[in-house]
Design a protein around this ligand. Sequence first.
Ligand code: IMP
Ligand code: MG
Length: 174
Amino acid sequence: MLKENGIKKILIDENTVKQKVKELAKKINNDYKDKTPCLIGLLKGSFVFIADLAREIETNIEIDFMIVSSYGNDKIGSEIKILKDVDIALSGRDVIIVEDIIDTGYTLNKICEVLKTRNVSSLKICTLLNKPSRRKVDIKIDYNGFDIEDEFVVGYGIDYAQKYRNLPYIGVVE
Ligand code: IMP
Ligand code: MG
């Protein structure tokens, strides 16, 4: 399943991911007691993470998804295009954005800008992975799974050319 698949090494194994997801959910449970936050998963990369995270959350939640594409993703003025927006009205809601991995931060920065115009009651960010050494814009991460080195990772929803999303662990491609 490993080498023949083009995976160089396992960076974070299945069980470690699982424990971390539980930990993050515990914090969310604490912070949102008696509230009904809306989790917004950014597709496609967050689909596995949000599915596991949601099942560890004990407070009432709603779930929705966005698909965004970025133009010139490496520039500060780059725009994002919303290919799929949420269906839920966000005004007055406690929103948690669920992301697979934050790299430069440009994508999330733009999404936050867009969501803040919708009169949300609160806006927090939850990411499974974070590459702090790659950051170009300041992002406050409220729930962070793992800080990782500047390596290209796949698995647990994250792809390389649309492949590897089904791996149950986080791996590094060759
Ligand atoms: P940012 O705007 O640079 O923060 O882009 C973040 C997005 O880039 C993530 O949501 C991923 O879709 C993608 N990305 C960043 N690093 C990786 C990686 O190591 N593997 C796969 N996708 C990545
Ligand atoms: Mg993503």
